[in-house]
Every structure is written in C-alpha cells, then in structure tokens.
Ligand binder design. Structure first.
Ligand code: SF4
Length: 228
C-alpha cells in the first residue's frame, strides 16, 4: 500500500536560493544576490513537488543487516540508523523535471542565473523532503510511536547500490522518478530516504540491544569483557 503525497506547499526565498548554492546569504555579492532574486520568480512556478511513501514491518535485525517485508538493507549506517525499528517508512520525493530543464537552458546562455536556479532546485528538494519527513513523523506520533534517524542509500555507510532495493519496493515511476544504471535518481532533484519507527527507539540504545544474534555474538562478548 503506497501513499502519493502531492499537496506539499513550499515557497522559496532568496536566502533559500543562496544557501542551495552553498552561499552564506550574509556574504553574497550583489551580483549573486541579484541573480538569486531574478530566478526566484521563475523558480516557484517550475516546482512540482510530489512524494511516494509506504510503511513496512521489520522482520529481523542482525549486526548490519535489516530484513523487512520486501527486502534487505545492509551497511554500517543501516545498523546505526535503523536498529530497534519495528517498522520503516520508505519515501521518494521529487520537485519534478521542469526546473532542471530550464536550468540546462540557462547554463548555455547565462551561467550565473543557471547556477542560481540549480541552487533553487537544491533548496526546494530539501524543503520537500523535510515536509514529507514531518508528515511521516506526525503520523507515527499519532499512533503512539517514536521515529529515529532518517537515512538514505548513498550516504556514508550505506552503499548507493541499495537504492535498487528501495526502488524495487516503491513504484517511484508513479511520481515520475526513475533510477539510472548507476543508481542516480532522475530527475536529479529527487531524494529517497528511510525513517525507522517503533516503541523501543531511544537515544541511549545501541544496535546490539536489538540484534537477533546478541545472545551468541562473540564480538559483543569481547566488547563487554574489554569494558570491564
Ligand atoms: S550483537 Fe553482535 S552481530 Fe549483533 S549488532 Fe552487536 S556486534 Fe553486531
């Protein structure tokens, strides 16, 4: 069961456009600030924010491997972010292709404006993914559950190839997002993520607390002996 989220209201500001380019608004030159102002009017109507999300039960967690209904996620970041989850939200968010198409046109004629529009796109997908995360957190809290750290394949500690697992579960083409052979998302201004939820998630828990191998794990025993 999937949910398409297409009522995502975001409004870019000049500061968003500058920060999206990695520029501190307080230090932006007049030329760069003016380019950001110029693209702002053009950028907002080019945004088509959409997301697709689902929630799936976790079947097992052992060391760096989380098995859920539909697939397996593996990696050090999986261990750190998802240990203790009873369920996981999976989501893909995008701003659609229009801003990117216009940005490519501009790069050939006015690079400063093109870069400003690219920054607007980066800022916009950040706002969209945060809005979707907030919505999922609110849904979990309404069910009396806690959420943990948001993580995504391709971040340090989670091989980008695992995007294939996420995309095998979520039919992202329904919101116009596809994966290339090298596991990049098209449109480029798209974000995928996993958000853990459950009753047992708490800040002072460690992954070994939730591991199905914990009673017979020699690494854990060695760590306990070393800590004495
Ligand atoms: S109990 Fe052992 S296998 Fe499980 S997470 Fe800890 S170190 Fe890894």
């Amino acid at each position: 069961m999937f949910e398409i989220i297409d009522h995502i209201e975001i409004e870019l500001t000049v500061d968003h456009v500058l920060k999206g380019q990695g520029i501190d608004p307080a230090r932006a030159s007049d030329r760069v600030r003016n380019a950001a102002l110029e693209v702002l009017e053009e950028a907002n109507p080019l945004l088509e924010p959409k997301a697709l999300a689902t929630k799936l039960p976790v079947l097992d967690f052992a060391h760096e491997t989380l098995t859920f209904e539909g697939g397996i996620f593996e990696g050090p970041l999986v261990k750190r972010a998802l240990a203790g989850a009873a369920e996981i939200f999976l989501a893909v968010c995008t701003i659609g292709p229009k801003l990117e198409e216009r940005m490519k046109e501009l790069m050939g004629s006015d690079m400063i404006k093109g870069l400003a529009l690219d920054g607007a796109g980066t800022a916009a997908i950040g706002l969209v993914s945060q809005a979707v995360t907030n919505k999922l957190i609110a849904a979990a809290e309404n069910s009396g559950l806690k959420t943990g750290m948001r993580a995504q394949p391709g971040q340090e500690g989670w091989p980008i190839e695992q995007q294939r697992v996420l995309f095998s579960v979520l039919p992202a083409e329904k919101i116009g997002v596809r994966l290339t052979d090298s596991c990049l998302m098209i449109p480029r201004k798209s974000v995928s993520f996993v958000l853990p939820l459950g009753k047992d998630l708490c800040e002072d828990a460690v992954p070994c607390d939730f591991c199905s191998k914990r009673e017979r794990c020699h690494w854990r025993r060695e760590k306990q002996v070393a800590a004495r």
